[in-house]
Unconditional design. Structure first.
Length: 378
């Protein structure tokens, strides 16, 4: 958690110039009343602002759809993508009302994001542009009120100041590092694409080609959060980290699980945006290693293709996610081999015929080499 400073508080106050209670806040009382509290996006349960919970929306479908896109963009900007799965329509209604004064400007960016020609980099720059538009138009405070208005007063202050500081830090840069991080996060955060398309259809927006942008560049500072996902094989089984990690000589990964439990969750640690490269970290803090950089799984191999003993990321822990266009991904090792789920999944350490459920010998992408990433709210 960041340490709240006077600058953070001053930046927050500038978003709420007409709120006397917020303007009267001092750093001393903020620190006193938030001491011991943690900003935890994974467990936060948003409630609509009291007025929104009781009111009947007069907004049309177009305005509501834009509200969803703005909600997505803010979630990406502050590191709270897990909120998208549980957001209530009343909160979206409040967000949409907050952005009504700048809706025409937002529509231009959203139309570019929904273009068939839009890449994930274009989507990422769209998020940056949306946040810039809200901040420049002095609408960001109203949006954050819609987000956090249902929280208790001091929780609202804590989350509001933290979010403001995060967004302002992003906007103070040229956006290259932020866009790079969002490109990686869009691998599992698919709502932005579907919500942008829905907004374009509801608003009947004309097609717009995304403008050229500089290539995203990975930054030195990590994003506020890492995506957590489960990996589903062709047959619908999930990859399981045996014993939650720490295995080398035994089968470290199996593919027999039908449901997502603690051992099926992977932290996707961003490494390189342009290459769409991640490391897969297990729940106990170990990393998945493609032994020898891949190429393992033949009957004569004495080593297991994958292990989960690494405590740091080296070349063998770097995996590239290759989008297939149908919602699935192939996972490529550092030496250019692909992970294969034998028989499309369903193999575990009890199988005597083949004790390596995941091979790393494939040089071409076929069905066994495709995986679906399912976002997990921690």
């Amino acid at each position: 958690m960041m340490n709240i400073t006077q600058k953070h508080l001053d930046d927050f106050k500038r978003l709420f110039r007409d709120d006397p209670r917020i303007q009267a806040l001092t750093l001393e009382e903020v620190l006193e009343n938030t001491r011991g509290k943690q900003v935890d996006w994974t467990s936060l349960q948003l409630q609509p602002p009291a007025a929104a919970a009781l009111s009947v929306s007069a907004l049309d479908d177009c305005q509501m759809r834009i509200g969803y896109v703005v909600f997505d963009a803010v979630c990406l900007a502050i590191g709270a993508v897990g909120l998208r799965a549980t957001v209530k329509p009343q909160t979206i209604d409040a967000v949409a009302k907050a952005v009504k004064p700048v809706m025409s400007k937002l529509e231009v960016t959203i139309a570019e994001m929904a273009s068939p020609q839009a890449s994930k980099a274009d989507m990422a720059w769209g998020v940056y542009t949306l946040m810039s538009t809200l901040y420049d138009a002095e609408a960001l405070g109203a949006v954050l009120s819609a987000f956090f208005g249902g929280l208790s007063w001091w929780d609202m202050i804590l989350y509001g100041i933290t979010s403001t500081a995060t967004i302002i830090a992003v906007l103070a840069t040229n956006g290259l590092a932020f866009a790079a991080e969002v490109v990686l996060l869009l691998v599992t955060f698919v709502s932005l694409v579907s919500d942008s398309l829905a907004a374009v259809q509801a608003c009947d927006l004309p097609a717009r080609t995304p403008p050229p942008h500089p290539a995203p560049e990975a930054g030195t500072n990590p994003f506020p959060f890492e995506p957590v996902a489960a990996l589903r094989t062709l047959s619908g089984k999930f990859l399981t980290v045996v014993n939650n990690g720490g295995l080398g000589g035994n089968v470290a990964i199996q593919t027999t699980s039908r449901a997502i439990g603690p051992w099926e969750k992977f932290h996707l640690v961003p490494i390189n945006a342009e290459a769409r490269t991640f490391a897969l970290r297990t729940a106990d803090g170990r990393y998945v290693t493609a032994v020898m950089g891949g190429g393992m799984g033949n009957p004569s191999d004495t080593n297991n293709p994958l292990t989960t003993t690494a405590s740091v990321v080296g070349p063998w822990e770097k995996l590239s996610f290759v989008e297939q266009g149908d919602g699935t991904y192939a996972i490529c090792t550092s030496d250019g081999y692909y992970l294969s789920a034998l028989n499309g999944g369903g193999w575990g350490k009890q199988d005597k015929e083949n004790k390596t459920p995941i091979h790393t010998t494939a040089t071409k992408i076929r069905e066994w080499e495709t995986f679906t990433l399912e976002r997990v709210v921690k």
